[in-house]
Design a protein around this ligand. Structure first.
Ligand SMILES: Cc1cc2nc3c(=O)[nH]c(=O)nc-3n(C[C@H](O)[C@H](O)[C@H](O)COP(=O)(O)O)c2cc1C
Ligand code: SF4
Length: 517
């Protein structure tokens, strides 16, 4: 009898030794004349348990983790191929509390299926959304997406259906669909997990966008730091094309849609949509003036749907189960679910897909188990390097677009980076300005010059030079960057800076703090 084993091929598992574990298992199976079949699944997003391997038993899948190659002989001796007892045995993965209480709509298949098997994808509900979309009028698809309340998961939270409607209504001989998989925010990995763990989901979401707007060609712009995702997406695109769910005749519908991948060149600014389009056209990643919006004049001057990967990946379930099903999740104007990505100084980092409205405290403590260092949480940065710092006293904040905006923060792409009480918030503020200076595209003065001046002013404040005057100057500089920057890189950098000063003023006054001690 052949036993099926799941060993994640996701970069998060490979980075901590999954390939070595795989080789050790193959060697021992050969030596012990045991028949095994290995599936390289994606990650379930429980990173502290990676490599988490699973064995298919008559009672369902049984997980073991974190497994190192040196654990493999012991696992064989314990009869793990039959689900045997072992200190690393975790039981049924879906019963692990971290996973059990999630609301996985977008990540429903990630870590479960063979990512490059269309049969497995279909057996787990894949392609149903596209099949439905192909039976609808474009305007009906757009209406369904609008009705679901889906907002862009890349950062700005713009309603996806409205963007698609503009593209649909703009007449053109050619239109494009572009996926933003640049995923530059600190502590984020949701796009990567889908590309490596459920790539057909992205293909399906983009094909639906094409059918809905009349676009026949799509590009996936993947950051250069994701070589595994790039390979996996190329493989999945080829398989989809061979199976007729990409190409000139989508699932025999007579409609055409095809996809290509492009690799970025390592610039944070190329995640901004207009810079990304410049980069896709083979130029340097510099911001374009808006208007015209990309929906009207985007890639090569043609109407273009440009969305974050998770926005596209959220669409198949909306088409399959309906807008009403999807919008039943969430709070206020934040509908559906969000893949939160927990990173930094936290015990149990990983991906948590929950309906909007879960609190930051629940994510960090109920899921994350608190800090890895065991020290108290002092600050949490939500929404990437341009997100505000939230102090420990405010962790009850609900995670939705409006609640975060009211706290002068933002949800961004759903990244959460936790810091304990050893963090120096003046250095974090300095880092924000320095990051902006390094990543600035250079097109406008408040960002290009302001960020460098910002670093200098913070250095003077920390050194105790004319502190009140320099604090005022920093405030004025931040206001100028907010009001005068052409894009959100310069416009949002003041968020982390000002939140650090507002909540942690003592860190900017070290000489007097030292004197007081
Ligand atoms: C400096 C900067 C970096 C950005 N980086 C990303 C990114 O890595 N991924 C992403 O999806 N959106 C990023 N965005 C947002 C995009 O400009 C754009 O809003 C998004 O691709 C639209 O898709 P959505 O409506 O599905 O969110 C960035 C924006 C700025 C200003
Ligand atoms: S804010 Fe910065 S990144 Fe954006 S256009 Fe201006 S210089 Fe370029």
């Amino acid at each position: 009898m052949t036993t099926r084993l799941y060993i994640p091929g996701d970069s998060s598992a490979v980075a901590v030794g999954a390939n070595r574990v795989l080789r050790a298992i193959e060697r021992l199976a050969r030596e012990r004349r045991t028949e095994i079949e290995i599936v390289r699944n994606g990650s379930r997003g429980l990173f502290w348990l990676e490599p988490m391997i699973e064995v298919a038993t008559p009672e369902g899948r049984i997980a073991y983790g974190p497994v190192s190659h040196s654990d493999v002989p012991g696992l064989f001796d314990a009869g793990f191929l039959g689900g045997g007892q072992h200190p690393l045995r975790l039981g049924r993965p879906e019963e692990i509390p971290y996973l059990k209480s999630q609301e996985r709509l977008t990540f429903a298949r990630c870590g479960i299926i063979d990512p490059v098997s269309i049969e497995d994808y279909r057996a787990h509900g894949g392609l149903r959304g596209l099949v439905k979309a192909l039976q609808m009028q474009p305007a009906e698809i757009v209406a369904e997406v609008t009705e679901s309340g889906l907002r862009g998961r890349g950062g700005a939270g713009f309603p996806t259906g409205i963007k698609w409607k503009t593209v649909l209504q703009t007449a053109s001989d050619r239109k494009y669909v572009v996926c933003n998989a640049d995923e530059g925010d600190s502590g984020t990995f949701a796009d990567r997990m889908i590309m490596e763990g459920d790539p057909f989901l992205l293909i399906e979401g983009m094909a639906i966008a094409g059918v809905a707007t009349g676009a026949t060609k799509g590009f996936i712009y993947i950051r250069s730091e994701y070589p595994d995702s790039f390979r996996q997406m190329n493989r999945a695109i080829e398989l989809a094309r061979n199976a007729g769910y990409l190409g000139p005749n989508l699932l025999n519908s007579g409609q055409a849609f095809d996809l290509e991948t492009r690799l970025g060149a390592g610039a944070y600014i190329c995640g901004e949509e207009t810079s990304l389009l410049e980069s896709l056209e083979g130029k340097r990643g510099v911001i374009r003036f808006k208007p015209p919006l990309p929906a009207i004049q985007g890639l090569f001057g043609k109407p273009t749907v440009i969305n974050n990967l998770i926005s596209f990946a959220s669409v198949p379930v909306i088409l399959d189960d309906g807008a009403n099903f999807y919008k039943n999740f969430g709070v206020g104007r934040s509908r559906g679910t969000q893949p939160f990505q927990l990173a930094g100084n936290v015990k149990q980092g990983g991906l948590i897909e929950k309906a909007f409205g879960v609190t930051l405290k629940e994510l960090i403590f109920d899921y994350g188990g608190g800090t890895l260092s065991g020290r108290p949480v002092r600050a949490v940065q939500v929404g990437g390097p341009l997100g505000a710092y939230i102090p420990a006293a405010d962790l009850d904040i609900k995670m939705d677009y409006e609640a975060l905006a009211a706290a002068k923060g933002m949800l961004g792409h759903g990244g959460i980076v936790v810091f304990d009480d050893t963090v120096d918030m003046a250095q974090q503020a300095r880092f924000a300005m320095e990051f902006c200076a390094v990543e600035s595209c250079g097109k406008c003065t408040p960002c290009r010059i302001g960020s460098t001046r910002g670093v200098e002013v913070i250095d003077r404040i920390v050194a105790g030079i004319d502190r009140p005057k320099n604090l005022q100057l920093l405030d004025d500089l931040c206001e100028t960057m907010v009001d005068g920057s052409l894009c959100a890189l310069g416009g949002l950098t003041p968020f982390p800076v000002q939140s650090a000063i507002r909540h942690f003023p003592e860190d900017f006054d070290k000489p007097s703090r030292k004197a007081a001690e």
